[in-house]
Design a protein around this ligand. Structure first.
Ligand SMILES: [Zn+2]
Ligand SMILES: [Zn+2]
Length: 172
C-alpha cells in the first residue's frame, strides 16, 4: 500500500471531478428536479450518495493496492512452496508456475525471470504479475491484486455518470 500514489495530478484531478459532479448532481440537478426537501429528492440524493461512495472507495482501493510485483527470489528452479510478494507478503507461488511456460523469459531491465503473463512496466520500473496496463488516472499498474477493484470502479463510475446525466435531462 502506497499513499504517495495520491500525490499525482491525474489522481487529484479525478478526485476533484468526482467532488464537482457530486455537488452539481445533488445541489443543482436533483434540487431543481424534485427539490431536496421532498421524499423523492431525499431518496435520489441517498441513492446517488451511495453510488458516489462506492466509486470513491473502489478508486481508493485501485490506487492503494499494490498490483503484484515479481519477487526477487523468483527463479525457474523454485519449487513454489511459498513465494512471498515483496510488498504485501502474500503468497504468489500459484502465479509463478514456470512449469506451465514452455520457454523461460527474463526481464532485461530487472534481470529477473518473468512468470507467465507478467510484464515490465516502464513507469513503475518493475515487473508486474498479470499486468493489464499502467493507468495514469490511478497512478498505478492494473495487475493481479487490483484488477477487480479497477473493474468495479469502472462499473460504479459509469453507473453514477448515467444517473447524473438522467437527472440533468429530467430538469430540462
Ligand atoms: Zn522487469
Ligand atoms: Zn505501472
Amino acid at each position: 500500500m502506497k499513499w504517495n500514489r495520491f500525490a499525482s495530478i491525474p489522481v487529484c484531478g479525478v478526485l476533484m471531478v468526482m467532488g464537482v459532479v457530486y455537488y452539481i448532481t445533488i445541489f443543482i440537478f436533483i434540487e431543481d428536479w424534485v427539490g431536496l426537501a421532498t421524499s423523492a429528492g431525499t431518496l435520489n440524493a441517498v441513492i446517488f450518495t451511495f453510488m458516489a461512495a462506492l466509486s470513491l472507495f473502489s478508486f481508493a482501493v485501485s490506487v492503494l493496492t499494490d498490483p503484484g510485483y515479481v519477487p526477487s527470489s523468483s527463479a525457474p528452479d523454485v519449487e513454489a512452496a511459498s513465494v512471498l510478494d515483496p510488498e504485501t507478503q502474500k503468497d504468489v507461488s500459484f502465479l509463478i508456475n514456470f512449469s506451465e511456460s514452455s520457454q523461460l523469459r527474463q526481464c532485461e531491465k530487472c534481470a529477473r525471470y518473468k512468470p507467465p503473463r507478467a510484464h515490465h512496466c516502464r513507469v513503475c520500473r518493475v515487473c508486474v504479475l498479470r499486468m493489464d496496463h499502467h493507468c495514469l488516472w490511478i497512478n498505478n499498474c492494473v495487475g493481479y491484486w487490483n484488477y477487480k477493484a479497477f473493474i468495479v470502479l469502472v462499473f460504479y463510475a459509469t453507473a453514477a455518470s448515467i444517473y447524473s446525466t438522467v437527472s440533468l435531462i429530467c430538469i430540462s
